[in-house]
Design a protein around this ligand. Structure first.
Ligand code: XBP
Length: 260
């Protein structure tokens, strides 16, 4: 493994548990505001998460509904509802509804202290990234990241590797000089297809999903217990996973595991 030069963050599920109490709730608010009777409960939304991209998810759901608009109207309706959803999402986030996951801020700070650049590689819309990061990192949040590739920047969303390939290209580094932090099988597949080592912090919706090809899988960056492979044994077990743990996992790249 080359020396770690960049940490590439997935957004939803990894930086924050933003799906169930964020995007899902905002979609339901948008349905109501747009006068449609659909509502997504937690379980149904979990099923829909295998479709990446909020607008694509909505179109997929419409295709299964008898009360959906005609095919010729569907794309425009989805665009309108999705745009409303993102406005509601930003309001929820500004109101403090979505916190960063434990350990994320500590890892981000460590990256800054050590000069390890950071990027965001997400299929979510840029406005959603801006809303969440501004609340938690402040007005100058963008200074924290050397690159940000979002849903509207790519032709193909995850599991396609385009967001990751684009981030590598902006950073001017090779895949083995980076690590991706992800929570979902689709995100892991995207990073792996770009040859980037992936560390998985399991999220609520993908707590038990089979994960293929990650260098490590664990419960979250705040926690040293429960990782496979185990985090390094240190003198301070109370602290979370750190960059040395990530570098150690990446150094064992030849032992890429499948995690049931
Ligand atoms: C998660 C997604 C997104 C969000 C909703 O992206 O698939 O679609 O659920 O955001 P990631 P949009 O895990 O790559 O951050 O409605 O803006 O698509």
């Amino acid at each position: 493994m080359a020396r770690l030069k960049a940490v590439l963050w997935d957004m939803d599920g990894t930086i924050a548990e933003s799906e169930r109490d964020g995007h899902r709730v905002a979609f339901n608010m948008a349905f109501e505001a747009c006068g449609v009777r659909w509502r997504w409960d937690e379980a149904h939304y979990g099923d829909l998460l295998r479709i990446t991209g909020g607008r694509e998810r909505l179109l997929f759901d419409m295709n299964a509904r008898t009360d959906a608009p005609t095919m010729s109207e569907r794309e425009a309706v989805a665009r309108a509802i999705h745009a409303r959803k993102n406005v509601f999402y930003a309001e929820l986030v500004s109101g403090g509804a979505i916190q960063l996951r434990d350990g994320v801020l500590a890892m981000m700070r460590q990256c800054r202290e050590r000069g390890v650049r950071m990027g965001i590689a997400t299929t979510t819309s840029r406005s959603n990234v801006q809303a969440l990061m501004r609340v938690h990192l402040g007005e100058r949040w963008a200074d924290w990241f050397a690159v940000m590739v979002c849903g509207e920047d790519v032709q193909r969303k995850k599991p396609d590797p385009e967001v990751y390939l684009s981030a590598l290209s902006v950073l001017g580094i090779s895949p083995l000089e980076a690590v991706a932090i992800e929570d979902a099988p689709g995100g892991v597949a995207a990073a792996r297809a770009a040859d980037i080592p992936v560390v998985v912090t399991r999220s609520a919706y993908f707590a038990h999903a089979p994960i293929e090809g990650a260098v490590a899988v664990g419960p979250g960056l705040h926690e040293r217990r429960g990782w496979r492979p185990a985090a390094r044994i240190g003198d301070d077990e109370a602290r979370g996973v750190d960059l040395e743990d990530i570098e150690a996992w990446c150094a064992q790249m030849d032992s890429v595991y499948d995690y049931p």
